[in-house]
Structures are given as C-alpha cells and as structure tokens.
Design a protein around this ligand. Structure first.
Ligand SMILES: [Zn+2]
Length: 341
C-alpha cells in the first residue's frame, strides 16, 4: 500500500513539529556500556578499557550533569531535566561491572544502573554471543563446516581465525567470520531451547577453548555485592537475552518477568526499569512495550541513539551505546552530537 500525498504531508509535518518541540525541550543523553576490560579479542566491541572509562567519567563529571537513572527518568517525564543531563547504564551483567566499573564509578562518585540477564547468574558459562565467538572464531584449527539444524544453518567455517583485532563492524575476513555472523544472526530470534541446543553442539568440540574467566557473568555473590554498592541500582535485561520482538508475546512477558522477580528478590524492592536486549528496531516493537507495561515496568530502554526528552514513550527510551575503542574525542563528539540534534 502506498501512502497518499496528504498522508505523506501530514507525516512530514508531524515529524518536523516533533523535532521542533524536542529541540526546545530539556533533553539528556543516557549511555549504554557493556564491559570495562582489556580483552585479547572483542568482535562486538563491548569492552571499554579501564583507562578510557576513567577518562570518560572525568569528562562526564566536568562537562555534563550526571544523574541517577531514576532521577533522570522522573525529570525527563516532567520536562525538568537540567542542562546537559546524562546517565550511565550497563547491559548484560558481566562480572567486570563489579570488579572494574563499580570502583571507577565510586572514585568519580557517579551513579549507574546495571541491567542484568537473570538467567546467567550462578552459571559458570559465557553469554551466548561470547560462546559463539569462542567456538567459531577462536579455535586455531576450525571446523570445516557447521551444520546446525535447530536454527537452519549449514555454513562453511574453514580457514584461519581472523586477526585478533577483527570486529563485526569490519568486512568479513574469512569463511569463519561469515559463519560467526550467520550463527549469531540466527540465534538472536531463536527460542531458548533451540539456542541451548546450538550452543551445546558448538561447544562439544575439543578444539574449542574452555570458558574464559575474563568473560564470566556476575555470580550470585557478585550480584548481591553490586546491588549493595552505593549509587548502583539494578534493572532487568530478560532471562536469556533474545531479540524480544522476534519471540511470541507471552514469551516476551515471561523473559522480562523472570529478570524482574530474580532481581527483586536480591534488591528487596521493585525493579521498574528494563533494557531490551540489543535494543534495536528488530528487537523491540509495540508488543515488547506492551509486555513490559503488563509486567509493571515504568521505563524501557532501547539503543536508539538519540537524546531522551519528555515526548518519548516511557517504554521506548533512547540510549547511546558506547563502543569499545573510541578515543575521548570520539566519545565526546558522539554525545555533543546528540545534545545538538
Ligand atoms: Zn544485552
């Protein structure tokens, strides 16, 4: 169906009106980190080094108004954000959030919210995207082929591993990186069952290195310690980290509810902030927002790289993903661009 001229005109006017209102409203930037670590390989660029993180925190303290996410959210909704408001969040729940991020945040006296994947606390396993990296990219001698019926994948995986610096923003380096991308893409929308079957198959190979201590999620004691760290709050990031919008509605609710209940039990008060896994347009839709609302959430965070303002839907709020490897000039330019947009 094509839109009529009148419809298109109405949409254009609506978009310009929204932009005009946004530019005149108090706005703020919420940052989405994942890990604070120096890693040998980091194909998703999730890790910011401790030195870069310290420099970023110093800049945020000196040049922005950092707020706890709860205060940021309340003032966003009220239209009373202070000038150059920022807030810091972390997704996934890596152990380095306690061991590296929390001390740096404490030293800078800055608050942060950690969104935790509740199905990963207490299991000594890597997150599924890390396990795929370990099985497909890291072995010195790779498999000739990966045949994974649970997700309809049958790919060539021969050839040498990519250089350590290779990342998923680069062009493919070999059949291995093509296979890595294909498997990750298929697992985003897979059922938890299918994903578990694929992971068991991928990891059941003597050529695959064992679980990396550098890649562990928070265990129960670490999560409890983080929950009791001053200025740190917890939020929900689902149970198994699927692209929610690709799963049935009831499953979306169950994923979000599991994280809420598991974290409420640890924190002892209601968890009302959620970050949707991936946070991209293929992972969050209106049904996802309805699922979060039905489970009692007041704020839902995406990775839509914009400033947040009063006109945003509370269950579809934007954040800027901080990519590992950015120098300070890039970091500040990305934030300034959102303040100025
Ligand atoms: Zn995540």
């Amino acid at each position: 169906m094509t839109l009529g001229v009148a419809d298109r005109l109405a949409r254009a006017i609506d978009w310009r009106w929204t932009r005009w209102r946004r530019r005149r409203s108090p706005r703020g930037v919420v940052l989405c980190y994942h890990r604070i670590a120096s890693l040998a390989t980091d194909p998703q660029r999730l890790a910011v080094t401790p030195a870069d993180f310290a420099a970023q925190l110093a800049w945020l303290s000196a040049h922005t108004t950092p707020l706890a996410l709860e205060e940021f959210s309340a003032r966003r909704a009220a239209g009373t954000l202070p000038p150059r408001a920022t807030a810091i969040t972390f997704d996934d729940g890596y152990a380095d959030n306690l061991h590296a991020a929390a001390p740096a945040l404490a030293a800078a006296a800055l608050p942060a919210t950690i969104f935790v994947t509740s199905g990963m606390t207490g299991v000594r396993e890597e997150f599924w995207w890390d396990a795929v990296e370990r099985a497909v990219l890291l072995p010195v001698v790779g498999r000739a082929r990966w045949t994974l019926p649970a997700i309809g994948i049958d790919v060539d995986a021969s050839g040498p591993p990519p250089a350590a610096a290779w990342c998923a923003f680069d062009p493919n380096a070999s059949a291995r990186t093509v296979a890595y991308r294909a498997i990750l893409g298929a697992l985003r929308g897979a059922s938890p069952d299918a994903r578990d079957r694929v992971l068991r198959q991928l990891l059941d190979d003597p050529a695959v290195p064992s679980v990396r201590a550098s890649h562990l999620p928070l265990d129960r004691d670490e999560l409890r310690a983080l929950a009791h760290t001053p200025r740190i709050t917890l939020g929900a990031h689902t149970r198994t980290h699927p692209a929610l919008a690709q799963r049935p509605y009831e499953e979306q609710r169950a994923e979000i509810a599991h994280a809420r209940d598991a974290l409420t039990a640890i924190v002892g008060r209601p968890i009302v902030h959620a970050a949707y896994p991936f946070g991209t347009a293929d992972a969050v839709d209106r049904a996802t927002e309805r699922a979060a609302a039905a489970e009692g959430f007041e704020a839902g965070w995406t990775t839509d790289a914009r400033a947040a303002w009063r006109g945003d839907r509370p269950l579809h709020l934007p954040r800027l993903v901080v990519t590992g490897g950015w120098d300070l000039a890039t970091f500040t330019a990305r934030i300034e661009a959102l303040f100025d947009a």
